[in-house]
Design a protein around this ligand. Structure first.
Ligand code: HGY
Ligand code: MN
Ligand code: MN
Length: 414
């Protein structure tokens, strides 16, 4: 029997999850291990328990929710996403993949389907870089890309270490125990909003992701010389903010002139010290986020930023310390899973297009240890990471339905 998505229930649960936030709706703020994140985790766990699923969490809070199949010894089929949200975000980034994944499992249960391979919903810890400065923290641990030392090295804005924060949230044990072996999943599929305008523009209900962009993040500290905004003459200045501004513009220029529309660069954080109207900035702490679907082009932008920083430092007499926070390869999605998703769309006469993901996702790191692909649904105006982020109940239900069919097909593969 074809699984039927309970769209009413799914929309209600998404709205209830969105309301668990540090900010009043429509904005959602749910930073990892914050009180809102812990309440949200409890809420989702409760829904998973009601569905009779087996739940456990690892040492960094990645939460595994399993529907045991008739062949429990075989690698499971995985799905999932994240429930943490950056400040002033929306209701659908990540949560559609978590609650949509749960709904896909419940619809399969209700249809009488029996999984051969177990089907597992995975709720990743800290997909967003907000608290510890690095995105996909939980999935990087699962992929073995972060070591035990990261527990002491990674600190939040208050100087608290990842170990202190995770243990206070009840997640204990060696971080090395989080690593999953290659082949832990026979296949992994993440449902997510597109976070771009292409599906809506093409009036398509679904996108099948064939590659995930290669993200890189830099942190720069620029030391100049402070002083009185009235008394210090322009030729005598070593203004840290103006140096930062030149570097941000150089990053933009490199992304615009590298010759591809897929190359993007963003200065999302720029903290100016001392931050007084009549005081010359003595220090700036800024970040740069650089991405491209082509790793070589992405690295060419990083090189251009490096050259520009050197030139600005010597011309303006400032000191620049740069740190690469992360620099990851792109992911190519697994062809068999892509074709299984396409067959599931066609079986429901739902149109789709193949596309790349310009946002990164936990699937980027799951692809390091399991065959992986993603399924996108449109979001209004392509808007995301904003309170007006929106995906329609129809789009979400279509995504969850195709996900259910795909998980079922993959679960029956020997
Ligand atoms: O930044 C990203 O691509 C993801 O949404 N965290
Ligand atoms: Mn996001
Ligand atoms: Mn996301």
């Amino acid at each position: 029997m074809t699984p039927t998505i309970d769209s009413e229930r799914l929309s209600r649960e998404l709205a209830q999850l969105a309301a668990i936030s540090e900010m009043p709706l429509p904005a959602v703020t749910r930073v990892v291990f914050s009180p809102a994140d812990l309440r949200a985790r409890e809420y989702v766990r409760g829904l998973c328990e009601q569905a009779g699923l087996i739940i456990h969490a690892d040492a960094v809070g990645n939460t595994f929710v399993r529907w045991t199949g008739d062949a429990p010894e075989l690698p499971a089929v995985g799905t999932g996403s994240h429930i943490d949200a950056i400040p002033n975000a929306g209701s659908y980034d990540g949560t559609v993949g978590v609650l949509g994944g749960l709904e896909a499992i419940r619809a399969l249960q209700a249809s009488g389907f029996r999984p051969h391979r177990s089907i597992e919903l995975l709720i990743f810890t800290a997909e967003e870089p907000t608290r510890f400065g690095i995105g996909c923290l939980g999935s990087r641990f699962l992929a073995g890309l972060l070591d035990e030392a990261a527990g002491e090295r990674l600190r939040d804005g208050d100087g608290r270490t990842l170990n202190q924060v995770r243990e206070a949230a009840g997640f204990t044990g060696p971080l090395e125990s989080t690593r999953l072996p290659a082949g832990y999943y026979s296949a992994f599929v993440e449902l997510h909003i597109e976070q771009g305008p292409l599906l809506e523009r093409a009036e398509l209900p679904l996108g099948i992701v064939t590659a995930i962009a290669a993200p890189a993040a830099l942190r720069l500290r620029i030391e100049g010389e402070g002083g009185h905004a009235g008394a210090v003459l322009m030729p005598d200045r070593r203004d840290a903010f103006l140096a930062a501004a030149e570097i941000a513009l150089a990053a933009e220029n490199a992304a615009l002139t590298i010759g591809a529309i897929d190359t993007v660069a963003t200065c999302g954080i720029c903290n100016v010290f001392p931050g007084a109207i009549n005081s010359i900035p003595s220090r700036v702490e800024m970040t740069l986020d650089v991405r491209d679907i082509d790793e070589r082009r992405r690295d060419a932008v990083l090189d251009a930023i490096n050259v520009a920083s050197g030139a600005v430092a010597s011309r303006r007499g400032v000191y620049i310390a740069g740190e690469v926070i992360s620099k990851d390869a792109p992911a190519i999605c697994d062809r068999l899973i892509v074709e299984t998703l396409e067959a599931a769309c066609e079986a429901r006469s739902l149109q789709y297009q193949e596309m790349v993901s310009r946002a990164y996702h936990d699937s980027l790191f799951v692809s390091r240890f399991a065959p992986t692909a993603m399924l996108f649904i449109p979001c209004r105006g392509g808007v995301s990471h904003r309170p007006d982020e929106y995906a329609s109940p129809e789009a979400i239900a279509a995504g969850a339905a195709v996900l259910a069919d795909t998980l079922a097909r993959l679960s029956l593969l020997s």
